[in-house]
Write a protein that binds this ligand. Structure first.
Ligand SMILES: NC(=O)c1ccc[n+]([C@@H]2O[C@H](COP(=O)([O-])OP(=O)(O)OC[C@H]3O[C@@H](n4cnc5c(N)ncnc54)[C@H](OP(=O)(O)O)[C@@H]3O)[C@@H](O)[C@H]2O)c1
Length: 267
């Protein structure tokens, strides 16, 4: 029997790439999309889920379990970006961001855990971000949602280990996907005190994603984790300097690290 993989956000980018790779390896893959009918040529079935809607999550998981009998691996991947000066991002956009990137993934885990406890096995891979290891300028809300998911991963790992369930996080660096096109950008307001620095940083961020790594690298990393009988709690995948920035944060004094980041973003 092939293992059953459930990937939230399987319609594009990293989720789609992971699903296609695992299909090739012989796994049975289910993905999700808010609008499965609009997705062009998916190589695996897509179930309708908006992670802000707990009922849609429960229904999708019930559907997969009824059809495939089990869920062996959850790749908790659906997520969006958000940029802007914290002072200028509307509260409703911050709320919405946390619903998609943090509360949604928590609800997905809550919905799949009863099945995994029943099976006495399961693997949950939370897709976070290297940006979740540090507060990045004009990406503070995104850094916070992903950093929080890293901590939830650590806590939940200890809570469910005794049930035979493994929880891990994979933090990508910059990957060439649709994320920049789909993210909420607070407008660069003419005359705002943030107009010039935010405008410049935004251009820099979009270039990073457009010239980012191939999502296939994420698929290979996830496959390696699935094959590992005793995975780590955290993984980072991406260009050397992006991963090294986490090491630097650990070893450098705060003031020096902040200066380094500000130089990088030309602030
Ligand atoms: N690309 C990068 O450089 C990068 C870096 C670090 C972390 N990440 C993380 O990697 C994950 C995948 O992102 P990606 O780069 O592959 O972006 P993407 O190409 O834009 O894909 C995002 C996926 O999330 C789904 N999604 C968005 N909002 C949703 C919602 N409310 N409910 C359910 N599904 C939703 C989308 O599906 P539908 O639109 O079809 O519903 C889509 O399949 C995200 O968690 C992202 O934060 C990406």
């Amino acid at each position: 029997m092939s293992k059953v993989i459930f990937i939230t956000g399987g319609s594009s980018g990293i989720g789609r790439s992971v699903g296609e790779f695992l299909i090739e390896k012989g796994y049975r893959v289910y993905g999700t999309s808010r609008n499965p009918d609009k997705v062009f040529e998916s190589k695996f079935p897509l179930v309708a889920v908006d992670v802000r809607n707990a009922e849609s999550i429960k229904a999708a998981i019930a559907h997969v379990v009824a059809e495939a009998g089990t869920i062996d691996v959850l790749v908790n991947n659906a997520g969006v970006g958000i940029t802007g000066p914290i002072e200028e991002i509307p509260a409703a956009e911050i709320q919405n961001h946390f619903e998609v990137n943090l509360f949604g993934p928590i609800e997905v885990m809550k919905a799949v855990l009863p099945q995994m406890r029943k099976q006495k096995r399961g693997l949950i891979i939370n897709i976070t971000s290297i940006a979740g290891y540090m507060g990045l300028p004009y990406r503070g809300i995104y850094s916070a949602s992903k950093g929080a998911l890293e901590l939830i991963t650590e806590a939940l790992s200890m809570e469910v280990k005794g049930f035979g369930i493994t929880i891990t996080s994979v933090a990508p660096g910059d990957f060439a996907t649709n994320i920049a096109a789909g993210r909420y950008h607070a407008p660069v307001i003419s005359g705002s005190p943030y107009e010039v620095p935010y405008g410049n940083t935004l251009k820099e961020m979009d270039t990073h994603v457009d010239t980012g790594s191939n999502p296939l690298q994420m698929a290979e990393a996830i496959y390696a984790i699935m094959k590992d009988p005793n995975p780590n709690v955290h993984y980072k995948v991406g260009a050397f300097m992006q991963k090294f920035s986490i090491v630097l944060k650990r070893v450098l004094p705060d003031k020096l690290y902040e200066k380094m980041l500000m130089n990088h973003y030309k602030l």
